[in-house]
Write a protein that binds this ligand. Sequence first.
Ligand SMILES: O=C(O)CCC(=O)C(=O)O
Ligand SMILES: [Fe+2]
Length: 379
Amino acid sequence: MAAATASVHVETSLIPLMGYVKDLATQSNKLGTIPSDYDYSTIRPEDYDTDQHVVAQEQVIPTIDFSLLASNSPKQRSRVIQDLANACRDWGFFMVINHGVPEKLREDMLNAFQNFFDLTEEEKLECAGKHVLDPIRCGTSFNANVEKVFFWRDFLKVLVHPQFHSPSEPPNFSHFGRDTPTNFAYYNSEISLEYCKRTRQVVRELLKAISESLGLEECYIDKVLELESGLQILTGNLYPPCPQPELAMGMPPHSDHGLLTLLIENEIGGLQLKHNGKWINVQALPNSFLVNTGDHLEILSNGKYKSVLHRAVVNSKATRISLAMAHGPCFDKIVTPAPELVDCDKNPPAYLGMRYKEYLELQQSNPLNGKSCLDRVRL
Ligand SMILES: O=C(O)CCC(=O)C(=O)O
Ligand SMILES: [Fe+2]
């Protein structure tokens, strides 16, 4: 008991010393420079490519019309499944339109996170710097305790399924409520719960279609990975304006741990993905979800669908906020390639099985570095 208390004390004490990028940005923008420990270009030239902002020509990113998945016409549904197969195989990324999640709900979520990031450092302290798998955790960079270079990013991570958490609960968090005439909380848990439910529905439908696209039965992924109690983690990312955006990085190249991540952003772009060896700027269609395929889809599909490498670059003009909703298997599930997709002669298993919880802990407690976590289970 004493040891647990001590370790929490040590970790939380690191956060106020380092501070949030949001506060640092005000000072840096006055000076016109960033501190050297945010200069990503000197430390990771291989990722920096010396041409962070030289990206491939705009390309047409695959778009999936979600409403057609519910189509009565089998022909139309099978066309969307084929589109999903192509997107997962060739890109590991697609945009989803006509998904039915109301625009107002998305805006309310972005506002809730904006309100959270607007809190003072002291007010944020209750959510700060705990263990990587704690249900509510905010901080800066990715894992500031283990990084040599920091990223131009603050975050709030909330576990929202199978247990729903919200930073405005339990009641002792209520002092975060702004002192406005109505004294409403900065983060409305009902709105968050609704958003989580709606995005989970979208993902489970997409995964049914993706199952079919792999030649598996429709509910295969849902059943085998026990998505009824699957993990859902909501991460809000804040990227304040940066006076030297060509030197800093919001989030370094990485793949996501789960199956599919649904991302929305305020109107400011910054997400890039690696496609055919080049970085591509993602320009979101209005009201669309940006969908990344994660490491566990790569494992389950035995490498047929590779998780996409992506990163977030920053800019000097405007604050960017993104909300990434990660969806994964059940925490205790040991995920291996689907036996139906393995053939001992022609297509042997390419990944070892690992409990999803352990995988997540491994990814979150190490520096975020490309697909280094997946490499640990690659055969
Ligand atoms: O902000 C973005 O566009 C990317 C965020 C991201 O990759 C993540 O939260 O895993
Ligand atoms: Fe990501």
